[in-house]
Structure formats: C-alpha cells, structure tokens
Design a protein around this ligand. Sequence first.
Ligand code: GLA
Length: 401
Amino acid sequence: MKNLILVFFVLFTMAASAQKFANLALTPPMGWNSWNKFQCNVSENLIKGAADQLVSTGMRDAGYEYVVIDDCWQIGRDSMGFIVADPVRFPSGIKALADYIHSKGLKFGIYSCAGTKTCAGRPGGRGHEFQDAYMYAKWGVDYLKYDWCSSDGQNQKESYKLMSTKLKEAGRPIVFSLCEWGGSKPWEWAREVGHLWRTTGDIANCFDCEQKHTGYSNWGAMKILDMHKDTRQYAGPGRWNDPDMLQVGNGMKVNEDRAHFSMWCMLAAPLMAGNDLKNMSLQTQEILTNPDAIDINQDALGIQGLKYKSEEGLETWVKPLANGDWAICFLNRTPITKTIEFDWLKNVVNDDFAKRRLDASVETFRIKDVWSKKELGNTKKALKAEVPSNDVQMFRLSLVK
Ligand code: GLA
C-alpha cells in the first residue's frame, strides 16, 4: 500500500511539473532581446535600462514581458565548471539583474548554446547542461534561448531534449526557445521539447534582402516570411514557429517596419523587440504597441495566418481568431501603390486546417482598420483601400452576432 501511495505521489509530482512547463507560452512570447541592436555590447546598465524603458514607453503594459540578454554576458567557467558572468559588464551579478527586472513586473531571459561555444565564442552549454539549468533556476531566469554554434557531431533533437530535461529537473518554469535555425525542421519534433523554435537563419535589418556570408545568409523580413509557408500546422498554444526577433526601429522605413510587424502578428510569431528603446521614435513606439495588431498576434486560438492569395506582388493573408473573428492583411510587395477592391461575397475563404470558413453571405463582420484605428462599416459592402509600396492594410473583422 505504501509503495502504491509513493508511486501515485511520484506520478502526480511529475504531471504537475510537466504542466508547469506546458502552460508557459500559451500565446506567442513577447519581450525585448539585446542582439539585433547591441550584439556583444551588453552590460548590466543596458539591460536594466531596457527594463526601465519597457515600463516608461508603455511596452510592458502592451504585453512585452521578457527582457532577454543575448550572447556575450558569459566569460568563462569556474574551477567546478559553473558558468561565470563577465564581472566588468555585470558587476552586480546576474541574480541581482534578474531581481531588478522582476521588481519592474517583467521576466528575465538569458542566452546560451547547445554547442561547446556560443556563436560569439563564449562558453556554450555542452557537457554542463544540468549545472547551467540549476544556475539559471537559482538566478531566477524565466526564459532561455539556446543556440546551435560549435555543435559539430551533435544531433539537434538529442541536444535540445537533453537541455529541456535538465531545465525541468532544475524545477523553475523556464520558457525554452530553440535556436537551431530550422536545420532539423524542429517544428516536426520540438513541441514536447520547447515552446518556440527558430525556423530560419538570422533576420537582417532590411525588408527583402539576402545578406550573404561564407556558408550562410541573413534574411530580410519578406524572405523569412516566404520560408513559412509549410509550417502552419505546427504552431499553436505552447508551440510557436519563431521567424526571429523584430528589426522594427532599427533603420527600415516606417512603412516597411509596419509591414514587418503586421506580418509577424499574422504569423502568430513571438514578438521580441530588438531596437534601442532609449532612442526610439514615436513612430516605432506606435508600431510596437499597436493594441489591435498585438491582439491579433496574441489571440487565444494561436492559429498561424494563411496566405489566401497572391496577385502580382499583392498578398492577402487571413488569420482565424477566437469568437468567430478574423484578421485580414493586404501586403504590397511591389514598388507601386496598389488599389484593392475586395468583394467579400466573391472571396469565400476556406481554412481547412483551422476548420473555419469566412463567408460574408452567411455571416457579417464589422471592419476595423488596425493602423488608422477607424471603423469601416461591415462586410456587406466591398472594401476599398490603397496599399502603398512595401506596406500593409490590416483589418480586424468582428463577427456581428
Ligand atoms: C546566432 C543567433 C542569433 C544571436 C547570435 C548571438 O546567430 O541565431 O539570434 O543569438 O547567434 O551570437
């Protein structure tokens, strides 16, 4: 009898612990990450400043929750193999930094790598998985981005599974973000391992370019969007395709930033801002905090958007939302303004994956323009709009009940 009680106790504890991890990212994680703008130039002051600015700019209240230090915070290992943070750049230590971020009502994320070295050549996690997971748990880490450099001879599935297990053993609920750039198609196997997985190489700070390097490329936002056509069925609450962090505010034109952000919202992508929050323009701030765009991204159903059609560089994307609503986004990838006249009755959308049908002859929807914030009537009348070059028109369709 005693043994039976023990078995039940162990099974219950294991189930409770699995649940603790499973419910961590029921909508796409949102936050800020240091890499896109600051690369290795990270410090305690920069990260504390980012936390302060998330609060003062309204970004925290708009949903941005995780403050993530990317590569270069770590400098070595001590004689027992524990990871050591750079004492010059982080003089108060990582625990104090985590405490500071938590005191602002935010969560704290950190970066490491499944290989022996990170992509910037700092110590990686290989061979130290439990030691690192234990340290992260003790420091109060809430989010781990785990990269794939210096991983010769390693297998993605095994390496990420190992770290996932060690994080669970360490006991603190930590969002696990896989970053192996899509090489092993993690969308096919990682839903039990982590909460999000990068699908492509790194995002470049451009709308539609390819930046070639020896052996790899960095990709503009539109190139990354195109790489997402076969990943739709793998996303959902707790398991997200990650098209990489946002480049909004890092130098693209405002219309390009708006289109990039809108498409990340349509994809149900994690929204990790990657800009200099201290010197952010009002336009950038307005893009990053648009409540209707964020609502579309954070919709409880967690369905990744679908490209409904593409005609001469004008793409129409749709995303089924909770309570019978939809989002629709017209993306103009050409150098000239496009005029749309979208007759809802002639455009019945059948979404077989989501088992949803957008049919304006059966249901009527109110139309709200996400970017102008205007109410535009309903779907009984064709929608007319102009979409400037490299820009979007994005609408929320609310079901009239
Ligand atoms: C890789 C990742 C990036 C970033 C850098 C850090 O390139 O894909 O997102 O973390 O490493 O070195």
